[in-house]
Ligand binder design. Structure first.
Ligand code: GDG
Length: 492
């Protein structure tokens, strides 16, 4: 699917995210091959925006280092073929900005995992070279945006990688330019946020936006109270007044594209795969987990609870399996490598203790599986188990629901995932309470048909109405409707 390329004649929306939705490979002959990803944001935007009304282009990092001699060629090809504008970062800058500041400072803190002062190899965790790289990277993004910006365009900045960007852009752009910012992670309570050594700079960076969006009411509330406590600003539930500018704060819960899942479930390939899996697991119940292997996902909590289930309810022995997809991510960051080692150890211990020649209770899959296979697994699973210790939203909870339909499987969902705020049809659990989590697994496995149906339709109704394109559409239309920042000074 190709995005809109630049249309000089009418105002456009400039989407900015750390990563462009594309994978590029340099061939031996020096040419590049590109593969567009069909990821969530792309389809959300394509579903929500009418290119005749509001064309959009996308600015972001292309996913790898590009030889400076090739930059012009790559830029031209990406812009003309896909409407993408690459931000080139050297490998070293990217390492410090992305692995360092984004994923070893902001990510843990926003998920309530406080910063360690030093890492295992004796390096300071909050290092000013990380911060300098974050600032430089954000400046590079601002320059790339300026190279395609035309009068009348609006900008929508995505996520924690780019929190300085609204302020950097505001310095260069007219006051009437609308700038939006959306945070995909939680925004923590002020008691945690205040740990951040550059807490003021980050806040001031975001506050230059006209519209600041969060997934849930709590994240928005935390943000407003942080602005009051740390910057001493006046705020109302509508937003924050800052330097004669009003930054509006809104709640925009993200969703998925339900039709993508419905369509995929109809594919002959998927139906055949479902039959195969049914035969393979005849007489057994299946629990499914799908997580990036990230410490926020609470995978160890899930494994320990599953172990407790097998211990406390011996009737499930050989009758239940846990299929856990856990794709390693961010392995350049030490915490993530420790997590891989620990989860491997747990899986080994549990399979060793409860397994036999015929039976392994846990299938632990450490590679990304194709989308069709994922849908087939979601469908055959009797229960999905989501145990995040913090999670901005969690799309897996929605995806499972869309692949169940008349099967009416049960969703066990951590109360610490943003999606728990809206999915009242789930069994909501505290993942730190391993006994309670094991009991929820047993409850889910033994639930009556009637209760499963009732719960499922509640979930189904929510997921089919609060879609990804609804999310994008609400954010963009609210951004477009905001009057110029000048006029907004009048607001409370
Ligand atoms: C961040 C926030 C927020 C996973 N394994 C495979 C696979 N996946 C897909 C899932 C799902 C996606 O990855 C994961 O999305 P989540 O929302 O669950 O989590 P994060 O990656 O942490 O996303 C999160 C989100 O941003 C959006 O705002 O909800 O809270 O942390 O779509 O299906 N897909 C395939 N194979 C796999 O092995 N094909």
């Amino acid at each position: 699917s190709e995005m809109q390329s630049e249309d000089e004649s009418k105002p456009k929306l400039i989407i900015v995210s750390n990563r462009l939705p594309i994978t590029m490979k340099r061939r031996n002959d020096g040419q590049y091959d590109y593969t567009m990803s069909s990821g969530g944001l792309v389809s959300a935007l394509e579903g929500a925006l009418d290119p005749r009304e509001l064309p959009f282009i996308w600015v972001g990092w292309p996913g790898g280092e590009v030889d400076p001699a090739d930059e012009t060629q790559v830029s031209t090809e990406l812009l003309h073929r896909y409407g993408l504008v690459p931000v080139f970062l050297s490998a070293e800058l990217h390492e410090l900005y992305y692995n360092g500041f984004c994923n070893d400072v902001l990510w843990p803190l926003f998920h309530y995992v406080p910063l360690q002062v030093v890492s295992q190899d004796g390096e300071r965790k909050f290092d000013y070279k990380y911060w300098a790289a974050y600032t430089t990277a954000n400046q590079r993004f601002a320059e790339a945006i300026m190279s395609v910006y035309r009068r009348g365009d609006s900008v929508w900045v995505q996520d924690y990688h780019l929190m300085l960007l609204p302020a950097l852009l505001r310095r260069k752009l007219r006051h009437s330019t609308r700038i939006g910012f959306f945070l995909h992670t939680p925004f923590p309570s002020s008691e945690v946020y205040r740990i951040l050594p550059v807490r003021r700079e980050i806040l001031e960076g975001v506050l230059a936006a006209d519209l600041i969006g969060f997934h849930t009411f709590d994240y928005a509330r935390h943000f407003l109270s942080v602005c009051t406590r740390i910057l001493g600003l006046e705020s109302s539930h509508k937003g924050v007044a800052f330097h004669g500018h009003f930054a509006r704060v809104g709640i925009f819960p993200i969703g998925i594209d339900p039709n993508l899942f419905l369509r995929t479930m109809e594919l002959a390939l998927v139906k055949a795969r479902i039959e195969e899996l049914r035969n393979r697991f005849r007489g057994q119940k299946i629990l499914i987990g799908v997580d990036r292997l990230d410490y926020i996902k609470g995978v160890p909590h899930k494994l320990l609870a599953f172990e407790t289930l097998l211990k406390k309810y011996p009737e499930w022995h050989e009758k239940v399996v846990l299929a856990q997809i856990a794709v390693p991510s961010r392995i350049e960051v030490e915490e993530y490598r420790k997590l891989i080692a620990y989860t491997n150890e747990l899986v080994g211990r549990i399979n060793g203790r409860f397994g036999s020649v015929e039976y392994a209770p846990i299938m632990f899959i450490n590679q990304s599986i194709p989308f069709e296979e994922l849908c087939a697994l979601y469908h055959v699973a009797d229960v999905a188990v989501i145990t995040s210790i913090r999670d901005g939203m969690n799309l897996v909870s929605y995806e499972y629901v869309m692949c169940q339909r008349e099967k009416c499987g049960v969703l066990i969902l951590s109360e610490f995932a943003g999606s728990a705020q809206s999915l009242s049809g789930a069994i909501r659990v505290n993942p730190w309470n391993i006994e309670e989590l094991a009991a929820a697994m047993h409850e889910a496995l033994t639930m009556s048909d009637r209760e499963r149906e009732m719960k499922h339709w509640k979930l189904y109704r929510y997921v089919t109405t609060h879609t990804a394109s609804y999310w994008a559409q609400s954010f963009v239309s609210e951004l477009q409707q905001l009057r110029s920042t000048q006029q907004q000074q009048q607001q409370p």
